[in-house]
Ligand binder design. Structure first.
Ligand code: NAP
Length: 285
């Protein structure tokens, strides 16, 4: 799999390069009459270089993974597929069973990156051991986590094999910057890229109307959504996974990867959406 020249790449701890800009799938697969259009949107994204697709067994109870299967049919080798296991399935026996179900829905023989969706009651050591067994069996290529704060990441790094974690997928957008205080630098020190979900915020209509994003967008002749994506990618250590089911949104998002924000743009965004000055608990959707 190679990243498109239009989309910059980010290095995983294994050394593998993946696109810094991918595609989310939450709420895809909820309605049968929309599934074809959703798969078409993902395929358009693939054509435009957004070859990392994020999904989860949770989304539409597996329906999103079925939409992904439709989108990647016949072009599996172009795509870096990310999926997630529910915390209640994250036991030694539950992980391989959930993975088999996801593989079946995805109609593939491997998941490129398999994440623990959020921390539950199963010990991290057990989940990591199950991920390692799946790697040995060739069912997953990398593993990682989602919604883990710095203290959880420290604990994870101490369990056997825990240092191989490929990413932490977390909420990150101009209105939610708490990770910049500790989690982002902690991961950067260890060469672990973060994966930013919900780049348009809890309420996209609100964030994308923010004065700062609108002003920066006007200066560049782009949209506030493109500014939000470029802002998330600015460190070179973050992978952004906006979800777009409409073709116009996919086209717009794909070109955001090449938008370079100036120091003036970043200062204006900082003034409206200040960076953290102290530890904040990890926010999640
Ligand atoms: P998001 O990507 O920030 O926002 C999606 C919404 O923005 C959709 O309504 C979409 O509309 C709209 N949109 C897309 N491109 C746009 C553009 N250029 N201009 C204006 N609106 C645009 O939110 P998200 O889906 O919550 O997050 C992204 C992905 O991250 C998810 O799909 C999922 O894969 C992942 N995620 C993970 C977690 C976790 O716990 N690990 C939690 C949340 C999300 P259309 O669909 O109509 O195009």
């Amino acid at each position: 799999m190679s990243a498109s020249p239009r989309v910059p790449s980010v290095r995983l701890p294994s050394g593998e390069q993946v696109p810094a800009l991918g595609q989310g799938t939450w709420y895809m697969g909820e309605r049968r009459d929309r599934a074809r259009a959703e798969a078409d949107a993902l395929r358009l994204g693939l054509d435009l270089g957004l070859t990392l697709i994020d999904t989860a067994e949770m989304y539409a109870d597996g329906g999103a993974e079925e939409v992904v299967a439709e989108a990647i049919a016949g072009r599996r080798d172009e795509v870096f597929v990310v999926s997630k296991v529910y915390p209640h399935n994250a036991s030694r026996k539950g992980v391989p069973a959930a993975c088999e179900r996801s593989l079946k829905r995805l109609r593939t023989d491997r998941i490129d990156l398999y994440l623990l969706h959020w921390r539950g009651s199963h010990p991290l050591a057990e989940t990591v051991a199950a991920f390692e067994a799946l790697q040995r069996a060739g069912k997953i290529r990398h593993w990682g986590v989602s919604n883990l704060d710095t203290d959880d990441m420290e604990e994870l790094a101490e369990v056997p094999g825990g240092e191989a974690c490929a990413t932490d997928q977390v909420l990150y957008h101009p209105g939610s910057r708490g990770i910049e205080f500790d989690l982002l630098p902690w991961c950067a020190d260890r060469g672990i890229p973060l994966m930013a979900y919900s780049p348009f915020g809890h309420d996209p209509a609100r964030l994308l109307r923010s004065r700062a994003l609108t002003a920066v967008a006007a200066r560049h002749g782009v949209t506030p959504a493109q500014v939000a994506i470029a802002w998330g990618l600015r460190s070179g250590r973050v992978i952004s996974i906006p979800k777009a089911a409409s073709a116009d949104h996919v086209r717009e998002n794909a070109t955001a990867a090449t938008l370079a924000l100036t120091p003036e743009d970043l200062a204006e965004i900082d003034a409206a959406h200040p960076p953290p000055t102290r530890k904040q608990s990890l926010a999640m959707l």
